[in-house]
Structures are given as C-alpha cells and as structure tokens.
Design a binder for this molecule. Structure first.
Ligand code: GAR
Length: 198
C-alpha cells in the first residue's frame, strides 16, 4: 500500500504537529513526509527530528514583508517532498491566495476558535471577554480568505468561571490534539464529513 504523504507547517512548539505525526502509524493511510518551520527556533523541529521526520526551515524575516518572495522559498521544500496533503499546525504566517491555490482542496488548518467566530489572533481572550459559554477549535480547508474555508471538524469546550486566556487555551489545546488527527485520518480517506467532538 502506498501511503498518502503529509507535510506539516509549524511556527512554534509543534504540539499539534506531534499529535499528527504520532497518529500516522500502523494502518493509518498517511505518513508524515516533512515538517517545515518559518523559524529556526521553533521547538517542534527537534520533536519532528526525534520522530525521524525530515525537517526544513524557511525563515520569513530576511524577506522583510515580501510575501511573494518568502512563499517562493517556502514552496521549494514542500514541492520537493510531493505531499498529498499540507497541514498548517500553529503556522503563524498569513499565506497569499496564490500560495494557497497551489494546494486547493488539500491544505488543512487548525484554528483555536469555533469558526466562523474569532478569526485571527487572541481567540481565547476574545471568547472570555464576550462572555461566551463555550469556545473550542476548528479544522478547516484552507482557502484564500484567512481562517475561512469548509469546516472539517470542531471540538466544543465549555468556558469555566475563573478561566483565563491561558487556562482556556490549555484546555482547548487538549481537544486540538484529538480533533486534528481525527480529521486528517478521515480526510486522507476522502471523507470530508465534519468530525464533531466531544
Ligand atoms: C494552537 O493552539 C493552534 O490552534 C494555534 O496555535 C497553537 C499552536 O500550538 N493556531 C493559530 O492560532 C493559527 N492562527 P502548537 O505549536 O503547540 O501546535
């Protein structure tokens, strides 16, 4: 059996990347082929290497805001490994429509809110400030619009009295680690039915 190939893009600690990599074992129809970071200091790079996954770094900073030039470099290691699916996992650079269109229908992202609520940053603080009863995370197909695109899964997480953005983020992250592997497995099997947790 030939496995589907999954490239994962990260910017930081990479806990979602680890949950994806660790899920792709045994009878799973996919395997990780690359972990790519836009920052050499991303803690996830070592975790990927420890798991025997090829890594690459394309630092965005030398491009000084020239997104097209950055993305041209970012594209190279991805095309080298010929992925079937690209997973954004805590990748904190906004990608242009040109870049995204090259992976139309096969690029996924995880976002820490119940989309369409709270696109962008500081989602946990915004949900608490709004007095929401629940928060959560979403895995969606990536389209040109930020934090948009067809929803492939959501996990709902109650907001508790006394929650801070940090405590809430920690609880949501635990659900992210369940949701993203569940969605990826379904997705590589050609099933886009949303995964709903819990
Ligand atoms: C995760 O909470 C992820 O949902 C969020 O960054 C964190 C990365 O953690 N992503 C975004 O905010 C994307 N806009 P990780 O590096 O430990 O997976």
């Amino acid at each position: 059996m030939s496995h589907k190939r999954v490239a994962i893009l990260i910017s930081g600690g990479g806990s979602n990347m680890v949950s994806l990599v660790d899920s792709m074992i045994g009878d799973h129809p996919a395997r990780p082929c690359l972990v790519l970071a836009n920052d050499a200091a991303a803690g996830g790079l070592q975790k990927a290497a420890d798991r025997g996954v090829q890594t690459a770094i394309v630092d965005h900073r030398p491009f000084k805001g020239d997104r097209a030039a950055f993305e041209a470099e970012l594209l190279k290691p991805i095309l080298d490994v010929q992925p079937d699916v690209v997973c954004l996992a805590g990748f904190m650079r906004v990608l242009t429509g040109d870049f995204v269109s090259q992976f139309q229908g096969r690029m996924l992202n995880i976002h820490p809110s119940l989309l369409p609520k709270y696109k962008g940053l500081n989602t946990h603080a915004r949900a608490i400030e709004a007095g929401d009863a629940e928060h959560g995370c979403t895995v969606h197909e990536v389209t040109a619009a930020l934090d948009d695109g067809p929803i492939l899964g959501q996990a709902r997480v109650p907001i508790e009295i006394g929650d801070t953005p940090e405590t809430l983020a920690g609880r949501v992250l635990g659900y992210e680690h369940q949701l993203y592997p569940a969605v990826l497995r379904r997705f590589v099997c050609g099933d886009k039915t949303p995964v709903l947790l819990p």
